[in-house]
Design a protein around this ligand. Structure first.
Ligand code: MHF
Ligand code: KIV
Ligand code: MG
Length: 264
C-alpha cells in the first residue's frame, strides 16, 4: 500500500523539500526502491526499451503496462505508484478512460501521459473520475518520430513560452503533477515557480521539486552511451540498496543533479 499521497508531495513542495522518483518494473525492485524511501515509483513505458529491447517506447501496450504495474504494486512498501499510459492509448478521452482504468485496477495510484494543450479535456475527465494525472512535457519520447530524435526541447523563446502556457493550462485542467524531460534548467525553474503542483525533472536542472531517473541507468547497467542527465550511483556504493539510498539522499540534499547533468 502507498503511504505517500499527492497531499504529501504538495506539502513537500510548499516546504521546499525535494522528493525522489525512480522507475521500477517488477516486485523485487519495487520492494528495494520503496524501502529506500523513494517517494514515487514510476512504472515507465521505458520498459519497452530497458526490458523489451526496442529502440523506442512505441511498441508498449496497455496490457504490458498493467502486467508490470501489478508486479510493482505487490512489491511496494509505501511509495506512490505512477504508471505511464503507453503510446496511442489516450488518443481520445474515452480511450484514455479505459486505458487509465486498466492501470488503476492493476494497482497504480495515478497515471502519466505525454503532451500539451490537446490533453486538457482528457486530464479534466480523468481527474473528475478520481484518477490523478501527471502531464509529461518537453522531450516526450512517444513523439520521437515527430521530434526527430531525443533532443532538448524549449530552447527558443517561442517553444519555451508554449511549454510554460501548456504547464499552466494542464495544471488548471486538473493535472496533479507536471514532469519536464530534457529542458533548459532556467526554463524548468521558471515553470516550477509558476505552478502550485509539484514538478518532477529529468535533464531539467536542479530547481524542480523532484527528480526522476530510470533505475537501470543510475545502476550503470543500461548498455550504450547514457544521456547527459544520468549519473551512475553504483560508482560510489557497494550494493544496489546503497546506490538507491545514495540517489535518494543526493536528490533530497539538492546535490544531484549537478550542473553537468543538465542543459543550458
Ligand atoms: N534507459 C532509458 N533511460 C531513459 O531516460 C529513457 C529511456 N530509457 N527510454 C525512454 C526515454 C528516452 N529518453 C532519452 C533518450 C536519449 C536522450 C539523449 O540522448 N539526449 C541527449 C540530448 C542531446 C541534445 O539535444 O543536446 C543527451 O546528450 O543527453 C534523452 C532522453 C529518456 N527515456
Ligand atoms: C524517463 C521517464 C520520465 C519515463 O517516462 C519513463 O521511464 O518511461
Ligand atoms: Mg515514459
Amino acid at each position: 500500500m502507498s503511504n505517500i499521497t499527492l497531499h504529501t508531495l504538495s506539502s513537500m513542495k510548499q516546504a521546499g523539500e525535494k522528493f525522489a522518483v525512480l522507475t521500477a518494473y517488477d516486485a523485487c525492485f519495487s520492494h528495494l526502491v520503496s524501502s529506500a524511501g523513494t517517494e514515487v515509483i514510476l512504472v515507465g513505458d521505458s520498459l519497452g526499451m530497458v526490458l523489451q529491447g526496442n529502440d523506442s517506447t512505441l511498441p508498449v501496450t496497455v496490457e504490458e503496462m498493467a502486467y508490470h504495474t501489478q508486479a510493482v504494486a505487490k512489491g511496494n512498501q509505501g511509495s506512490l505508484i505512477m504508471a505511464d499510459l503507453p503510446f496511442m492509448s489516450y488518443s481520445t478521452p474515452e480511450q484514455a478512460m479505459d486505458s487509465a482504468a486498466a492501470l488503476m485496477q492493476a494497482g497504480a495510484n495515478m497515471v502519466k501521459l505525454e503532451g500539451g494543450a490537446w490533453l486538457a479535456d482528457t486530464i479534466s475527465m480523468l481527474a473528475e473520475r478520481g484518477i490523478p494525472v501527471c502531464a509529461h512535457l518537453g522531450l516526450t519520447p512517444q513523439t520521437v518520430n515527430k521530434l526527430g530524435g531525443y533532443r532538448v526541447q524549449g530552447r527558443d523563446q517561442e517553444t519555451a513560452q508554449q511549454m510554460i502556457n501548456d504547464a499552466v493550462l494542464l495544471q488548471d485542467a486538473g493535472a496533479s503533477i507536471i514532469l519536464l524531460e530534457c529542458v533548459p534548467a532556467i526554463l524548468a525553474k521558471e515553470i516550477t515557480l509558476a505552478l502550485d503542483v509539484p514538478v518532477i525533472g529529468i535533464g531539467a536542472g536542479a530547481d524542480t521539486d523532484a527528480q526522476v531517473l530510470v533505475l537501470h541507468d543510475m545502476l550503470g547497467i543500461t548498455p550504450g552511451r547514457s544521456p547527459k542527465f544520468v549519473k551512475n550511483f553504483m560508482a560510489d556504493a557497494d550494493s544496489i540498496e546503497a546506490a538507491v539510498q545514495l540517489y535518494v539522499a543526493e536528490v533530497k540534499a539538492g546535490t544531484f543533479p549537478a550542473q553537468e547533468h543538465g542543459f543550458a
